[in-house]
Design a protein around this ligand. Structure first.
Ligand SMILES: Cc1cc2nc3c(=O)[nH]c(=O)nc-3n(C[C@H](O)[C@H](O)[C@H](O)COP(=O)(O)OP(=O)(O)OC[C@H]3O[C@@H](n4cnc5c(N)ncnc54)[C@H](O)[C@@H]3O)c2cc1C
Length: 408
């Protein structure tokens, strides 16, 4: 059947724009739609770990992030109460820096890159329904900025439309490995707060994270158990400042700074995978795989899955394999790549105090920046947990700490 496009992509942020860009770069006819206009913010903080930055680098977009003035983040600290551990997560494909770039900046770079690659971009365009032929999705119907009803047909409709995805709901994409919301979170931005790297303060039933972002500002986010959402929402600033008091080295700097934006947050952070493909449709980013943001994996995962999906669609549309087989391979690769990060997320989002053996390990890591960096890498799945936690490696860390007299 002749179609208007090879692919229509619904949603133009971290998942949709890269998918559209990569398909357009391969020569496909792509329509990219979003009801938002860019640049615009969205409910999200924006740490991008090394795997996500490596994607931006590979796509030629990292210079645009650097040019935005967002400072690179070269190390992390985790304040475990009596002391802080310092280290740098391992480089990925030669990329050692992370960035905490505002979504107003990042998403605009991504949309422009999709347009530059040849995708047709329509902003302020709301998709209202999918066009179908029997069980097969064949296109979309929606309203353009001017209120005109528009239809567009495509070989594949891609839902990059976030966790409440219209595409996923319309096709009834099956959900699996789901887990209820574990945390709620609020964040804001301060000027005049000296934070040069990512600072984490895990506290029982709370997690406080700060990082440097655009315009010389510092982003601070606090996580609480989901059960406390209504209480926190009743007095966001009061609860936020109370939480900060549990992180005195940060609280002192924040008190001296000026809050420059309102608080944003949510108590809806479900954890789930959706089957990301079917006849004439596919899902990418949060639409297909959503999890608590506590480990800041969403943007990097959306980038990774955009590449996996674009490769699969190319394999299918170029006739190298059947499209259905290629999309089944995409689901398998996504799930394999996401498995450890998902498991870690569920564990960290429990906001539990670390068990005694982990506290002992923290004591031993105190003056070992190299091993601390690898430990950070296990949390974000850029260093194999089985290697770091191998008994002989743990013994080595303990022995080295004992030899230098720092184990506690
Ligand atoms: C509080 C919070 C903090 C977070 N912090 C981090 C972090 O530090 N690091 C990190 O990596 N991730 C973080 N995340 C997760 C991250 O925001 C997501 O994983 C990421 O935004 C997913 O991108 P996406 O493109 O899949 O979806 P989205 O960013 O949700 O974009 C979906 C787009 O689809 C559009 N759309 C939806 N429906 C339609 C429709 N019918 N018609 C037209 N357009 C439509 C929307 O307008 C939107 O622009 C955080 C999330 C939250 C909530």
């Amino acid at each position: 059947m002749a179609t208007d496009y090879d692919a229509v992509v619904v949603g133009a942020r971290c998942a949709g724009s890269p998918t559209a860009m990569l398909l357009a770069r391969k020569g496909y006819r792509v329509l990219l739609l979003d009801r938002a206009a860019f640049p615009s913010d969205t409910l999200s903080t924006h740490f991008i770990h090394q795997p996500g930055v490596a994607c931006l680098d590979r796509w030629g977009l990292l210079p645009d992030v650097v040019a935005s003035g967002c400072p690179p983040v070269r190390s992390q600290s985790i304040d475990v109460g009596p002391f802080a551990l310092h280290g740098s997560a391992p480089a990925v494909n030669g990329v050692a820096e992370a960035y905490c770039v505002r979504r107003t900046v990042l998403d605009d770079i991504l949309v422009k890159a999709a347009a530059a690659a040849g995708a047709e971009v329509r902003q302020r365009f709301s998709v209202h329904e999918l066009l179908t032929d029997g069980d097969r999705v064949i296109g979309i119907r929606g309203k353009s900025a001017g209120g005109t009803t528009v239809t567009a047909t495509a070989t594949i409709v891609i839902g990059a439309d976030g966790k409440n995805s219209l595409v996923a709901r319309t096709v009834g994409a099956p959900v699996y490995r789901d887990h209820p919301t574990l945390t709620c979170a609020y964040y804001s931005y301060w000027s005049g707060v000296d934070v040069t790297h990512t600072e984490l303060y895990p506290r029982p039933d709370q997690m406080i994270i700060a990082g440097p972002t655009n315009d010389g500002n510092t982003m601070v986010i606090v996580y609480w158990p989901a059960s406390q959402f209504h209480e926190v929402r009743g007095d966001i600033e009061g609860h936020f400042l109370d939480a900060l008091e549990l992180a005195p080295p940060l609280a002192e700097r924040v008190r001296r700074g000026t809050r420059v934006e309102r608080f944003s947050g949510t108590g809806t952070l479900p954890n789930f995978f959706r089957k990301p493909h079917g006849d004439g449709w596919a899902l990418v980013g949060d639409a297909g795989y959503h999890k608590d943001p506590i480990l800041a994996l969403g943007i990097s995962d959306a980038f990774r899955d955009a590449e996996l999906l674009a490769d699969a669609i190319h394999a299918g549309l170029s006739g190298r394999t059947g499209l259905a087989d290629a999309l089944a391979g995409y689901e398998q690769r996504r799930n394999d790549a996401a498995a450890q990060g998902y498991e870690n997320t569920i564990q960290f989002a429990g906001l539990a105090a670390p068990p005694p053996e982990v506290r002992q390990l923290f004591g031993a890591l105190r003056h070992d920046r190299t091993q601390t960096g690898l430990f950070f890498g296990t949390a974000i799945d850029t260093y194999p947990a089985e290697e770091f936690f191998a008994p002989d490696n743990i013994e080595r860390i303990m022995a080295s700490a004992a030899a230098t007299g720092v184990a506690s």
